[in-house]
Design a protein around this ligand. Structure first.
Ligand code: 5GP
Length: 197
C-alpha cells in the first residue's frame, strides 16, 4: 500500500514518561513527554522509503529538503531508499539532493508569514521527478508556498514527504503524499526539529 495513510496519535495519547529516556539537558525543563521514541521513527521511515521507491520505480528523482528541520529526515529517508534499490535490483537509481529554507515561525505559533530563502536557482528541477522532504506540516501554508514555487519550474512530478502532520483546526487541508505520523496539535522538538531559529 502506497497511499498517504499513516500512524495516527490520538488527542489523548500521552506519550512516554521522560524518566525512561535519556533527554538532552537543555530540554529537561521544557518537555512534557517523549511522544515518539526514535526507534519507531526509524521503523516508520523504512516503510516510507519503501513506498517512495515503489512509486518511483526506476525513475531518477531530485530530493529537495526543507531546512532546517528536514535534514535528518532527508538523510534517513534517502539512506533507506537506497537500501530498497540495493535489495530489489542490480542497479541503483540516480538522485540529486538540494536544499531550500522557508521560515514561517516565531516562538511556538505560526505567524502566517512565510519567508522564502535560497530559491533563485530551482530551474534545474524542470522535467524532474521532485521529492520534497519536510519535517512537519502544521497549517500547511509553508508547503503551499513551496509547491507554488515548484510548479513554476515545470517539474515532471512533485511528491511531498513529511515525517509529521499536525491535526489542527487551522490546517489548509494540504496532505503530503507520504506521511510518517499524524500528531495532536502540540509543539514538538527533537529529531532536528528546530525551535525559534
Ligand atoms: P506550517 O506552514 O505548516 O504552519 O508550518 C510548517 C513549519 O513550521 C515546519 O516546517 C516547522 O519548521 C514549523 N513547525 C510547525 N509545527 C512545529 C512543531 O510542532 N515543532 C517544530 N519544531 N516546528 C514546527
Amino acid at each position: 500500500m502506497t497511499g498517504n495513510s499513516c500512524i495516527v496519535l490520538s488527542d489523548d495519547y500521552k506519550g512516554y514518561e521522560l524518566e525512561y529516556f535519556c533527554v538532552p539537558r537543555h530540554y529537561e525543563d521544557s518537555l512534557e513527554c517523549v511522544l515518539i521514541p526514535s526507534g519507531l521513527i526509524q521503523d516508520r521511515i523504512e516503510r516510507l522509503a519503501r513506498d517512495v521507491a515503489a512509486d518511483l520505480g526506476r525513475e531518477p528523482f531530485a530530493a529537495l529538503c526543507v531546512l532546517k528541520g528536514g535534514y535528518k529526515f532527508l538523510a534517513d529517508l534517502l539512506e533507506k531508499i537506497k537500501q530498497c534499490y540495493r535489495f530489489s535490483s542490480e542497479n541503483s537509481v540516480p538522485f540529486s539532493v538540494d536544499f531550500i529554507r522557508l521560515q514561517s515561525y516565531k516562538d511556538d505559533h505560526s505567524t502566517g508569514d512565510v519567508k522564502v530563502l535560497g530559491v533563485d536557482g530551482l530551474s534545474f528541477l524542470q522535467n524532474k521527478n521532485v521529492l520534497v522532504v519536510e519535517d512537519i506540516i502544521d497549517t500547511g501554508k509553508t508547503m503551499k508556498v513551496l509547491l507554488e514555487i515548484l510548479e513554476k519550474q515545470k517539474p515532471k512530478s512533485v511528491k511531498v514527504a513529511s515525517l509529521f502532520v499536525k491535526r489542527t483546526s487551522s490546517s489548509s487541508g494540504l496532505r503530503p503524499d507520504y506521511v510518517g505520523f499524524e500528531i495532536p496539535d502540540r509543539f514538538i522538538v527533537g529529531y532536528a526539529l528546530d525551535y525559534n531559529v
